[in-house]
Design a binder for this molecule. Structure first.
Ligand SMILES: [Zn+2]
Length: 165
């Protein structure tokens, strides 16, 4: 399955609502689009009631913003879409295990379920590192499902960093 990935700025690089693909496939398409922009290939999608509210890829270089990870951008877009700072009953799909910043943002947004593809032993904060959702200072933990499309997501990252070396 191949999505037609267009680069039309922050809000909607892909017309998500018209793409009939599983959310993780859409997140992978966002990751590929990020790689084409020279960004670390990570993509995220937020879904509620079977509807895609947001999809985004990393834009830290483009926006000169170290917080512009796929997950934080997707959370901002989804919050704007439903006009709420809480994403109750929303599920987030991301191609890489979230870092500490994004794991915290996912908790603050009250995301219901987190699906991630590749695990990240070096930078992850869900099943690696600080394991944020098991911490007593974490007041909302999403249900976590790892390993979806893991091989594809890991290959994307591997290829990207191989080419950079
Ligand atoms: Zn992050």
């Amino acid at each position: 399955m191949r999505c037609d990935v267009k680069d039309e700025g922050l809000m909607g690089s892909i017309d998500a609502k018209q793409v009939e693909v599983a959310p993780m496939a859409l997140a992978l398409a966002e990751a590929r689009a990020a790689a084409e922009r020279g960004e670390v290939p990570v993509g995220a999608v937020i879904v509620r009631d079977g509807q895609v509210l947001a999809s985004a890829g990393n834009r830290t270089l483009e926006l000169k913003d170290p917080t512009a990870h796929a997950e934080t951008l997707a959370i901002r877009i989804a919050c704007e879409a439903i006009q709420s700072e809480r994403l109750i009953d929303c599920d987030l799909y991301v191609t890489l295990e979230p870092c500490p910043m994004c794991a915290a943002a996912i908790s603050f947004a009250r995301i219901r379920r987190l699906y991630f593809a590749a695990s990240d032993p070096k930078g992850g904060a869900v099943e690696n590192g600080v394991r944020l959702y098991g911490s007593p200072s974490c007041h909302h933990a999403p249900e976590v499902y790892g390993g979806l499309s893991e091989r594809e997501a890991a290959e994307l990252l591997r290829d990207f960093f191989r080419e950079r070396r």
